[in-house]
Design a protein around this ligand. Structure first.
Ligand SMILES: CC(C)(COP(=O)(O)OP(=O)(O)OC[C@H]1O[C@@H](n2cnc3c(N)ncnc32)[C@H](O)[C@@H]1OP(=O)(O)O)[C@@H](O)C(=O)NCCC(=O)NCCS
Length: 151
């Protein structure tokens, strides 16, 4: 079926895909809020089931900066291009809506997958936040100037 902006009806399907470690009430509330405000993308199969979603924060930094907050693809659909298709859609959305810069992030442990998936589009590591949690751990930030988007 392809990619579209999510609606509140997609909430259960999206929450179901959250990795266990992220399945907190705070995260569910954020997913709900972004679905309500039409700020999430879903990729759906021909039967309508959700293969994956991206949360787009359109006013997190300022109105020219898009923050791709969370990317999740259904486990049995990973490594088949769903994440890339959602990323490309987000990049086109940013370009067509006059965003100047895009940020995305990855927790330590996910940074290699994320870097491999996003560098080909021109994203560069912009730095990291240290000791993001009490247990420590880095939070890597990747940045792309929309004008430098490699299509
Ligand atoms: C990260 C995630 C969204 C990627 O989605 P996906 O649909 O599997 O990604 P794609 O199939 O489009 O892969 C894109 C590229 O990312 C990289 N990549 C993805 N999964 C990878 C893995 N397990 N190991 C190494 N590289 C990987 C590769 O470069 C890949 O390109 P290639 O297949 O041509 O080599 C998915 O693995 C996921 O939901 N993970 C759990 C949540 C998460 O960590 N989200 C990211 C931080 S918010």
């Amino acid at each position: 079926m392809g990619i579209r902006f999510a609606t509140p009806e997609d909430f259960d399907s999206c929450v179901e895909l959250l990795p266990k470690a992220w399945n907190s009430s705070r995260m569910k509330a954020r997913v709900g809020y972004l679905l309500m405000s039409r700020s999430a993308l879903v990729d759906t199969d021909h039967d309508g089931s959700v293969n994956g979603f991206f949360l787009l924060e359109i006013d997190f930094f300022d109105e020219k900066t898009l923050y791709l907050r969370t990317a999740v693809v259904r486990e049995n659909r990973r490594r088949s291009g769903v994440g890339t298709a959602l990323l490309k859609y987000s990049l086109e959305y940013a370009k067509n809506n006059n965003f100047r810069r895009i940020f995305l992030d990855a927790l330590e442990g996910n940074e290699q997958i994320t870097r491999d998936g996003v560098e080909k589009f021109g994203f560069k590591q912009a730095g990291y936040i240290d000791n993001m949690h009490d247990e420590g751990g880095k939070y890597f930030i990747y940045s792309l100037r929309v004008a430098d988007y490699v299509q």
